[in-house]
Design a protein around this ligand. Structure first.
Ligand SMILES: NC(=O)C1=CN([C@@H]2O[C@H](COP(=O)(O)OP(=O)(O)OC[C@H]3O[C@@H](n4cnc5c(N)ncnc54)[C@H](OP(=O)(O)O)[C@@H]3O)[C@@H](O)[C@H]2O)C=CC1
Ligand SMILES: O=C(OP(=O)(O)O)[C@H](O)COP(=O)(O)O
Length: 357
C-alpha cells in the first residue's frame, strides 16, 4: 500500500484524499490543516488522521474536540508520498520540508512550474514523472487543454492552438471573491499564463491563450480553434475524442446546454460533490474547416485535476504504467462505468486509446 499524506485540505485536498482512499493500492496516511474548522471535522469523520499544519496551532484542535496525530513534519516523515494541496505559493515554501524527509512530493498548478522536476498530465506525459521526487499536476485549465492536445497531436499533429478561456470567478465556497458582478479580461495581458503552462507539458506546441473571468462558480468554458497537421472531418475528431476516457462528448438533444445543467447532471448521476472529472466537450460544437478544428468544452475546476493527482502518486512511486494507472483510477472513481444511456459513463472509453481510423 502506498501511504499518501495530503497537506492542505481545501477544495482540491479533500477531493484528492477521498480519491486516494478509494484506490486499492493506496491509503491516506493523514491530512494536515491549519485550523479545526468544519472541513477538519469532516476529515475526522471520514477516518483521516489529522495533523497540525502549523505546530503552534496544534492546541486549537484539541480545544475543538479533534484529536491530532501529530504535526505536519510527522505526516511527511510517515508518508510514502505527499500531495501538497495548500494555497498557491505555500507549496513552494513546503518543498524543503518534503526534501528533508526524502518524501516525494506532488504539487498543484497554482505553483510555478519551477517547484517540481516535472509538470504532469497523465494522458500526455505520465512516463516523465516515473520515479521523480517532485511533480506538479498542472492547473485545471491546463489539464483540460492538455487532455485535448495529447490525442490531437498524436493523431493529426497540431500546428497551432488558439484558446479563449472563460474562467469561473471563484469556487462555490470562495466567498472571499464575492459577491461578484463583472466581466474581467484576466489576465489583461496576452497570452494568459495558460499557454506557457501547457508548454510545460508540450514544449514544442504553438499555443496562444486569452482569459476572461465571469461571475460564475460552476466551471470554466473554453472556446478552441486548433489548426491541425492534416485535413480531417468533424466526425473523425469526434470519434477520437469519444475514445478518450477523460473526455465526455456531450450528446446532442439531451439538454446539457450549459455548465449549470452539466453540474446538475453530475449530481443526478450520483457523482460525489457533483464532480465532473472529465473534460465536457459539446459534440455539436465540433466543427472542421480544412485543417481548422473548432469546439467548446467545459472544465470542472474543482475536480478535473483529482484523477491526475492519483496517477501522479503511481508515477512517482513507479508502481504502475500509464495505462494501468489511468484505468485503475477511472474504475475506482467511476469514470467509465457502464450502464449510462447518455454515454456519460461509457465502458468502451479507456485510458490512452485513440480512435480507429
Ligand atoms: N480550486 C481550483 O479551482 C483549483 C485549484 N488548483 C490549485 O490547487 C491548489 C490548492 O487550491 P484550492 O484547493 O483551491 O485551495 P483552498 O484554499 O480551497 O484549499 C487550500 C487549503 O489549504 C489550507 N492551508 C492554508 N495554509 C496552509 C498551510 N500553510 N499548510 C497547510 N494547509 C494550509 C487551508 O485550509 P485550512 O487553513 O482550513 O487548513 C485551505 O483550505 C492551488 O495551487 C490551486 O492553484 C488547481 C486546480 C483547480
Ligand atoms: O488553476 C486554476 O485556474 P487556472 O488554470 O486558470 O490557473 C484554478 O481554477 C484556480 O484559479 P484561480 O486563479 O481563479 O484561483
Amino acid at each position: 500500500m502506498i501511504r499518501v499524506g495530503v497537506n492542505g485540505y481545501g477544495t482540491i485536498g479533500k477531493r484528492v484524499a477521498d480519491a486516494v482512499a478509494a484506490q486499492p493500492d493506496m491509503e491516506v496516511a493523514g491530512v494536515a490543516k491549519t485550523q479545526p474548522n468544519f472541513e477538519a471535522h469532516t476529515a475526522v469523520e471520514r477516518g483521516y488522521s489529522m495533523y497540525a499544519a502549523i505546530p503552534e496551532r496544534a492546541p486549537l484542535f484539541g480545544d475543538a474536540g479533534i484529536e491530532i496525530a501529530g504535526v505536519v513534519d510527522e505526516l511527511v516523515a510517515d508518508a510514502d508520498v505527499i500531495v501538497d494541496c495548500t494555497p498557491s505559493g505555500i507549496g513552494a515554501e513546503n518543498r524543503s520540508m518534503y526534501a528533508s524527509y526524502d518524501t516525494p512530493a506532488i504539487f498543484q498548478g497554482g505553483e510555478d512550474a519551477s517547484v517540481a522536476q516535472v509538470s504532469f498530465n497523465a494522458r500526455a506525459n505520465y512516463d516523465d514523472a516515473r520515479g521523480a521526487d517532485t511533480v506538479r499536476v498542472v492547473s485545471c485549465n491546463t489539464t483540460g487543454l492538455s487532455r485535448l492536445v495529447a490525442p490531437l497531436e498524436e493523431e493529426y499533429g497540431v500546428e497551432k492552438v488558439r484558446a479563449t478561456l472563460v474562467r469561473r470567478g471563484g469556487d462555490p465556497s470562495q466567498h472571499s471573491r464575492g459577491p461578484i458582478n463583472d466581466i474581467l479580461p484576466d489576465p489583461i495581458g496576452i497570452p494568459s499564463h495558460h499557454g506557457p503552462d501547457v508548454q510545460t507539458i508540450f514544449p514544442d506546441l504553438s499555443i496562444e491563450t486569452m482569459g476572461l473571468k465571469v461571475p460564475a462558480t460552476l466551471m470554466h468554458v473554453h472556446a478552441l480553434n486548433v489548426t491541425l497537421g492534416s485535413d480531417v472531418t468533424a466526425a473523425h475528431v469526434r470519434q477520437l475524442l469519444e475514445s478518450q476516457s477523460r473526455v465526455y462528448v456531450i450528446p446532442e438533444g439531451i439538454g446539457l446546454d450549459g455548465a449549470g445543467r452539466l453540474k446538475d447532471f453530475a449530481l443526478d448521476a450520483g457523482r460525489p460533490r457533483g464532480d465532473l472529472w472529465e473534460n465536457c466537450v459539446w459534440g455539436e460544437s465540433i466543427a472542421v474547416e480544412g485543417r481548422d478544428l473548432y469546439l467548446f468544452q467545459a472544465v470542472h475546476q474543482e475536480s478535473d485535476v483529482v484523477p491526475e493527482n492519483v496517477d501522479a502518486v503511481r508515477a512517482v512511486t513507479d508502481s504502475a504504467d500509464a495505462e494501468e494507472s489511468i484505468e485503475r483510477t477511472n474504475e475506482t472513481l467511476g469514470i467509465g462505468l457502464a450502464g449510462d444511456p447518455t454515454g456519460f459513463n461509457d465502458s468502451d472509453r479507456v485510458g490512452a486509446e485513440a480512435a480507429d481510423d
